[in-house]
Design a protein around this ligand. Structure first.
Ligand SMILES: NC(=O)c1ccc[n+]([C@@H]2O[C@H](COP(=O)([O-])OP(=O)(O)OC[C@H]3O[C@@H](n4cnc5c(N)ncnc54)[C@H](O)[C@@H]3O)[C@@H](O)[C@H]2O)c1
Ligand SMILES: N[C@@H](CCC=O)C(=O)O
Length: 521
């Protein structure tokens, strides 16, 4: 999909305060007694909407309704199921493009460019490429048939229901987590993030307008522990499709294990989680490109991408010969403010807890001897704004080089050119994560050497390009170690996790005798 359409220049973000919104169970809005607000990060004084949260009875009825919708959804011809998602993709990139973008800008604090990448381009790509991948999956059939026999594979949806638990930071991931299992015939209970409820609600409404039958996806915003806990302890729970923090994913995995004896099948657990992503700047790197890519990688969407650049390893020869000056000059120029002013590059972070956590890390880094080279400030008087911050550390294992911050904070470690091999070891071993990383070098041997040495340090690797911005269909996305199950969103691989294949052999030739030739001697 083409990005940044000309109309965007005159795009007026519509007012979307107080849109009606609630849980949607069996296609109907459910008004419960429990109300919640999604705060607006750029103003925090207002809110986008008040919505009804799922209570226990709502979750129970959503699960029951999903299971009731299952037989018909499974039996729907593939072409009809595919048509719904293709229609939804057209609505996302067409009729609802600006509304989705506005919801993502105001509700999640993205600037217009980032909102278009996410809510329009990536979401419609997930749906369109999803259809292509499922076509490919279904057409994968045994290559061999013995004479008189026919083999085939049926890609059944899972027995029971899938639980999709989505993060705040990508509207597209919100749509993809329930969309992927639903596309292959599953029914899904979708618990969105409380910080992205409005945009996610719109995604649900778009699927509904595209023809998704009532009950196939149940939209149940609500208190995370309660809603998720209730779903996980249900005997028909079949799978978790999660994206979010490592801590929460590990907890949910343990909760699932504790309930294992209740389930009919071993649940499929798919989780894409945190990152501590790196740029490695080799002595042969082209400086201007490495600087610009680092600025985008670290500060786009306030560093609130799982893939955001967070630890930067720069050769001393490069750092002292222009890299440092260019980096600091560019970061100091970044304009910070609400996304409604299109000249702002950096917007608000998602909310009070994120603001406190990020500023807490900056404080810790200072106390541990880190030098703030630029930024370091923050302002929560109106909205949650953290200045883009660059910290220089002499300790490559200091806290901001190791832990996920999820904010506009970049820590730099300058290595002696002679210590290149040691630096590769540091990158590989100093964090628990392995999501994304980039190597900047004009020496091709150096690129290949680092790629081999860092084989398990990232699921997505880039050469001379920032470590964010994976595109559906081009760079399948995900990481291993503490970063997730690496099932690769935006590729065919993920669909295997939500089907349970059945092999069927049909015999056309009757057996004349049960004895083997060896028995006849
Ligand atoms: N690897 C990836 O593809 C990827 C993509 C996007 C975001 N992320 C990660 O997501 C995190 C940021 O998103 P977030 O702040 O929404 O994450 P989060 O873990 O706080 O929340 C994710 C989801 O889990 C729910 N949740 C939170 N606590 C829960 C609990 N105790 N029990 C049950 N459910 C609970 C939330 O309501 C939300 O729906 C970062 O760590 C980021 O790296 C990873
Ligand atoms: N597609 C995104 C990953 C989503 C993480 O939050 C990227 O590569 O930047």
């Amino acid at each position: 999909m083409a990005l940044y359409t000309p109309q965007l220049a005159s795009f007026k973000v519509p007012a979307i305060d107080n849109e009606p919104m609630s849980c949607i169970v069996n296609g109907k809005e459910v008004k419960t007694g429990k109300l919640a607000k999604q705060p607006m990060p750029a103003t925090h004084a207002k809110h986008l909407c008040t919505y009804h949260e799922a209570d226990q009875a709502t979750v129970a009825s959503a699960i029951k309704g999903a299971l009731a919708a299952k037989a018909e959804w499974e039996a729907m011809p593939w072409n009809d199921r595919a048509a719904i998602f293709l229609k939804a993709a057209d609505l996302v990139s067409g009729k609802y493009r600006y509304k989705l973008m506005a919801a993502t800008m105001l509700g999640q604090g993205k600037n217009a460019w980032q909102a278009e990448i996410d809510a329009a381009a990536e979401l419609s790509d997930f749906f369109r490429f999803g259809v292509k991948y499922v076509e490919e999956l279904y057409s994968q059939q045994p290559l061999k048939n013995a004479p008189g026999a026919w083999n085939r594979i049926e890609y059944r949806p899972l027995e029971g229901f899938v639980l999709a638990v989505s993060p705040f930071n990508f509207t597209a991931i919100g749509g993809n987590l329930p969309g992927t299992p639903a596309l292959v015939g599953n029914v899904v209970l979708w618990k969105p993030s409380p910080a992205a409820t409005y945009s996610n609600y719109l995604v649900y409404k778009i699927l509904e307008e595209a023809g998704l039958p009532a009950g196939v996806i149940q939209f149940v915003p609500g208190p995370p522990e309660e809603v998720v806990g209730q779903a996980i302890s249900h005997p028909e729970f079949a799978s978790l499709h999660f994206t979010g923090s490592t801590l929460v994913f590990k907890k949910l995995w343990k909760d699932i294990a504790a309930n294992l004896d209740k389930y009919r099948s071993y649940p499929r657990i798919v989780g894409e989680t945190g990152g501590k992503n790196f740029h490695l700047i080799h002595p042969s790197a082209e400086i201007k490109n490495a600087v610009n890519q680092s600025v985008r990688g670290a500060f786009e969407y306030q560093g609130q991408k799982c893939s955001a650049l967070s630890r930067l390893y720069v050769a001393a020869s490069v750092w002292n010969n222009g890299f440092k000056d260019q980096l600091l000059t560019e970061v100091a120029k970044l304009k910070v403010g609400p996304p409604t002013d299109f000249t702002n590059f950096v917007g608000p972070v998602i909310g009070r807890p994120a603001f406190d956590k990020i500023t807490g890390y900056i404080k810790q880094a200072k106390e541990a001897g880190g030098e703030i080279l630029v930024g370091g400030g923050a302002d929560d008087s109106v909205g949650y704004f953290v200045q883009p911050t660059v910290i220089l550390t002499k300790d490559p294992k200091s806290v901001t080089m190791v832990e996920e911050i999820f904010g506009p904070v970049l820590t730099v470690y300058v290595y002696d050119d002679a210590d290149y091999e040691k630096t590769l070891d540091l990158i590989d071993t100093s964090t628990a994560y392995a999501l994304t990383g980039s190597i900047f070098a004009s020496d091709r041997k150096a690129l290949l050497h680092a790629t081999n040495r860092l084989r398990n340090a990232a699921g997505n690797v880039y050469y001379n390009e920032k470590c964010t911005g994976a595109v559906v269909g081009q760079q399948p996305f995900g990481g291993a170690r503490a970063s997730g199950t690496n099932d690769k969103a935006g590729s065919i691989s993920i669909f295997y996790r939500f089907v349970s294949a059945r092999s069927i052999k049909e015999n056309f030739v009757g057996l004349e005798d049960y004895l083997y030739p060896s028995n006849l001697a």
